[in-house]
Write a protein that binds this ligand. Structure first.
Ligand code: 15L
Length: 269
């Protein structure tokens, strides 16, 4: 079991899901975020670091003595190009370079479906290793994150796994998410697989649950040892009763990235 793990963006939604779920006997989670993190609870084996991931000295210190990094930090929605460039792209370089300098051998990167948002559903199941088709600056930053991961794996022999996360929420919020949902528990299962699989090198895998309505390949994720246990179908009756079936001409029905591909979805200047 991986003993000491640095999680960036630990105060965010996914980071919060993982905090309790990756906790284990003999394991220390070092939780880093620019936002305030809840203090360690009684008996909780965590180290709290409130800092920006964009500073190299900070990240060199934060990566010292850890066995793996789970890099979730950065903007999780569309933002201006300047912000995306600084935090998501430069920030990812800082995280990977700091990890390399500190001798960390394994990094899990939170990529997103928006790296391939303009892939059309008409082409069938969204396979593994789809060529980038970002739908936003945010999506571009996820493509850059994957590219940086590939570079650090090939050039420095690190193990880097990029997760093209669908929609990681407590439960699916709309009809599109009945296909793209990643349950919090499956997210933790996927991270555990990424942490323990021997010598993966560089991989890009879909981060989704075993959704009956899903159309994303789970082959590469399963090859890491991921065994999803959840299915959004549990929530389908309530979601469909509220929202009805998807309009086949909608962006959500047509593209991986859903509404993010539409003209009304602003790419902040
Ligand atoms: C993402 O990458 C976002 O971070 C998240 O908030 C959701 O919008 C998700 O994609 C999605 O596409 O559902």
């Amino acid at each position: 079991m991986t003993a000491r793990i640095l999680i960036t963006g630990a105060a965010g939604r996914v980071g919060t899901f993982l905090r309790s779920r990756l906790a284990a006997e003999g394991r220390v989670l070092r939780l880093l975020d620019i936002a305030e993190l809840p203090a360690a609870a009684e008996g909780e084996n965590v180290e709290i670091v409130q800092a920006t991931l964009t500073d190299m000295a900070t990240m060199e210190a934060a990566t010292r003595d850890v066995d793996a990094v789970i890099h979730l930090g950065g903007y999780s929605l569309e933002e201006s190009w300047d912000k995306i460039l600084h935090v998501n792209i430069d920030g990812t370089h800082t995280v990977l370079e700091a990890a390399r300098r500190s001798g960390v051998r394994r990094v899990v990167l939170a990529s997103s479906n928006h790296a391939v948002g303009y892939v059309e559903r008409a082409n069938g199941t969204a396979g593994d290793y789809l060529f980038p088709r970002p739908d936003t600056y945010y999506g571009v930053s996820k493509v850059a994150k994957e590219a940086l991961g590939s570079l650090y794996a090939d050039r420095y022999g690190m193990d880097v796994i990029a997760l093209r996360i669908g929609s990681c929420f407590e439960k699916p919020l709309d009809v599109r998410m009945l296909a793209s949902w990643l349950s919090p528990d499956d997210c933790a299962r996927l991270c555990e697989a990424c942490l323990s699989v021997p010598s993966p090198g560089f991989r890009v895998v879909w981060g989704v649950s075993a959704n009956k309505r899903g159309w994303f390949s789970l082959d590469e994720a399963r090859a890491l040892g991921y065994e999803p246990q959840d299915d959004s179908e549990t929530y389908a009756p309530e979601v469909l009763a509220r929202d009805g079936e998807l309009d086949p001409s909608s962006y959500a029905a047509k593209y991986v990235g859903g509404a993010w591909c539409g003209p009304d979805f602003d790419t902040a200047a």
